[in-house]
Design a protein around this ligand. Structure first.
Ligand SMILES: Nc1nc2c(ncn2[C@@H]2O[C@H](COP(=O)(O)OP(=O)(O)OP(=O)(O)O)[C@@H](O)[C@H]2O)c(=O)[nH]1
Ligand SMILES: [Mg+2]
Ligand SMILES: [Zn+2]
Length: 294
């Protein structure tokens, strides 16, 4: 029988669950022995070719197609975009965490969309000015979608952004990732407000995420929220390349290896003083640089 194409949605011991690209039907598959010999393992998000066994109950993975990219936490292949979900209130997310997250995504050269959730909680003048500040900082840099589980604003816009793509939802615990996904596709029926309790107890979360299929077309990985974000594996000198708005000024710094922190005649610092680069972003860059310089 001819091979068919599918995507790996789940991995467990020595079998994988695949979803056929045409029929969307799921099937448990065995791996050919050659993969073990070649030390190749399919991961969630891999496109594969498979054949169906005679009884029709199981399939066999025949071939793993080349990966476009690979994310390690969670382990997923062929990601089109990362959706960073964040909030200004309950929890109040520090912009340093947002910037650290963006650094990670920029390093992987992935597309990112910022979703600002719990808009229903933004009511007081103080909260509204925080919102204004957030938009002023990030709108020139990344697409932002403001959402709420309560008012359901912009859920259709979010749907259109996810349609036909493989996306991961990332963000601090409690910002509403699972809630938003349930709103997008109620069949997902994800647990809300529970994983964070598990994290507090220090339980390990699975490293192999599951690919969830959205009924309007598209795949999602609902990653468990992280409590904090450390950039331990980064070199202090690479961080400047991941603050994307610095790039066009960098060539005009007097020192070619300028770190934009203490050097004189720094074009990035000049842009901060002129207001062309946000002070918040620049300060967070300096914090990250110093943390890695210790
Ligand atoms: N007011 C308000 N509450 C929300 C909104 N979205 C989610 N919540 C609530 O926030 C809490 C956490 O929501 P979850 O969807 O579990 O958050 P999560 O990001 O998946 O959290 P983890 O799985 O721990 O990473 C729940 O009590 C939700 O009901 C929103 O737009 N507005
Ligand atoms: Mg969740
Ligand atoms: Zn400089």
């Amino acid at each position: 029988m001819a091979w068919k194409k599918a995507i790996v949605v789940r991995f467990h011991s020595n079998m994988v669950t695949v979803q056929d690209l045409e029929t969307h039907q799921r099937l448990e598959c065995y791996l050919r022995g050659k993969f073990k010999i070649q030390k190749i393992r399919p991961i969630v998000g891999d496109y594969v070719e498979y054949s169906v066994q005679e009884n029709g109950n199981y399939g066999t993975i025949e071939n793993i197609l080349p990966r476009k990219n690979q994310l390690f936490r969670p382990t997923v292949a062929n990601i089109d975009q990362v959706v960073l979900v964040t909030t200004l209130k309950d929890p109040k997310v520090d912009l340093l965490i947002v910037d650290k997250f963006l650094v990670q995504v920029e390093k992987e050269k992935l597309e990112v969309i910022i979703v600002l959730n719990k808009m229903d909680l933004i009511n007081s003048q103080e909260e509204k000015s925080k919102l204004k500040e957030f938009l002023e900082i990030y709108k020139p840099l990344y697409p932002i979608i403001c959402t709420s589980k309560i008012t359901k604003e912009n859920i259709d816009l979010l749907k259109s952004v996810l349609k036909g793509k493989i996306s991961t939802f990332a963000g601090l615990s409690g910002v509403g990732k699972s809630s938003l996904l349930n709103l997008l596709d109620p069949q997902l029926n994800l647990k809300v407000g529970e994983i964070s309790k598990k994290l507090k107890r220090g339980k390990h979360t699975t490293t192999y995420g599951e690919l969830l299929y959205l009924d309007f077309g598209g795949f999602i990985v609902d990653t468990p929220g992280f409590a904090n974000l450390e950039l331990e594996s980064f070199d202090k000198d690479e961080i400047k390349y991941y603050f994307i708005e610095f790039l066009k000024y960098q060539p005009y710094c007097t020192f070619t290896d300028c770190s934009h922190t203490v050097e004189p005649d720094c074009a990035v610092k000049a842009a901060v003083e002129k207001g062309d680069i946000s002070l918040s972003r620049y300060n967070n860059y300096c914090v990250i640089y110093r943390e890695l310089n210790q």
